[in-house]
Every structure is written in C-alpha cells, then in structure tokens.
Design a protein around this ligand. Structure first.
Ligand code: PRP
Length: 179
C-alpha cells in the first residue's frame, strides 16, 4: 500500500460544520413547498459522511437511497469511464431528486448519474457536492449546492479516500504519495 503524506489541512471541522449548516438551511428553504418527500440519492462511498451530516439538518420530508458509480480506476487520475456498481432501488419517478456527491472533479460521474436518474423521469434533479474542483472539469455540470470550491490538488478525508483509507478523517487534507 502506497504511503501518504498529509501535506496540509484544506478544510477544517468547524468550517465544514458551518458550511453544511448553511447548505441545509438553503435546501430546507428551496424545498419548503415540495408536496412529496424529496428523494435523496447519495453517491457511495465518499459522499456518505457529508450526506449524513447534511441530512441530519434537513427539516423537509425526505427518502434516502444510495447509488455507486465510479470514474476513477487509477489512484490519482480519472480514466474517463463511468461504471455503475449499485443502482437505486427507490422509485423516484415524479419526485424531486437531490443527488449528493462528495466531490465533482472532471464532472464525468455526476453528469453520467444525472443522465441515468433522468431516465426515471423525476420531476426535478438537483446536485449537492461538498467539494468542487472546477479546474479539472471535462464536462460542464450544474451544481446547485457547493460546499467548497477547491484547487486542483489530491485531497482526502471526510469521505474522500486513498485506497479506501483516510475516509474517516473528520477534515479534508491535501495529500501526496510519500517518495
Ligand atoms: C469520486 C467522487 C465522485 C467522483 C468524482 O468517487 O465520490 O463520485 O469520484 O470524480 P469525477 O467528477 O472526475 O467523475 P470514487 O469513484 O473515487 O468513489 P468513492 O466515492 O467510493 O471513493
């Protein structure tokens, strides 16, 4: 297993907590008129940490399901290929869908997932992400709720992994492989 250096703290716990609370407030307001529960679709695995903190602050009726798709086959770069590993089982037709990501990087995964969810004919789809790396975008993605815009650096923690490790760190770090 490659060893990793945590080079610097990028987003600390307090900052995450504050921003998550702001996003939740915005989402609560935006969906306050919804007549049916919002269908929350969380992208496994990285978004689970962000989603759980965010969802605990939602006061609107919501239903929750998970999807797993990946565009990362190497460790540090995106191959451009999206594969679906786990689909939703919840019916989302005619409902308002809120897709929750931990990071939008090239945009391939989020674009692909939105297109995929659209085949179920929901009433609306919005996208929330903890992190966005606009410098890496290969496909334009409309993000409705962004936690933090970050530079093009390798980041981990608060859901983001390296070889499945480091997800449980409570904050986001810039990291690099130990040479
Ligand atoms: C990460 C992240 C997004 C995607 C973003 O998932 O959770 O789903 O990559 O990259 P993109 O914008 O370039 O498509 P990953 O495949 O690493 O899975 P994980 O969440 O299980 O770590």
């Amino acid at each position: 297993m490659t060893e990793i250096n945590l080079d610097r703290l990028l987003v600390g716990r307090d900052e995450i907590e504050r921003r998550v609370a702001e996003l939740a407030e915005q989402i609560n307001a935006d969906y306050s008129d919804a007549t049916t529960p919002v269908s929350i679709v969380v992208v496994l695995k990285g978004a689970v940490f962000f989603a759980m903190d965010l969802l605990r602050r939602l006061s609107i009726p919501a239903r929750i399901d998970f999807v797993q798709a990946s565009s990362y086959h190497g460790s540090f770069d995106s191959t451009g290929e999206v594969t679906l590993q786990k689909d939703i089982t919840m019916a989302i037709g005619g409902t308002d869908v809120l897709l929750i990501e931990d990071i939008v990087d090239t945009g391939l995964t989020a674009s692909w997932l939105i297109e995929h969810l659209e085949t179920h004919r929901p009433r609306s789809i919005r996208l929330a992400t903890l992190l966005s790396k606009p410098d890496r975008r290969r496909l334009p993605v409309h993000i409705d709720y962004t936690g933090f815009v970050i530079p093009d650096a390798f980041v981990l923690g608060y859901g983001l992994d390296f070889e499945e490790g480091y997800r449980h760190l409570p904050e986001v770090y810039v990291a690099s492989p130990k040479s």
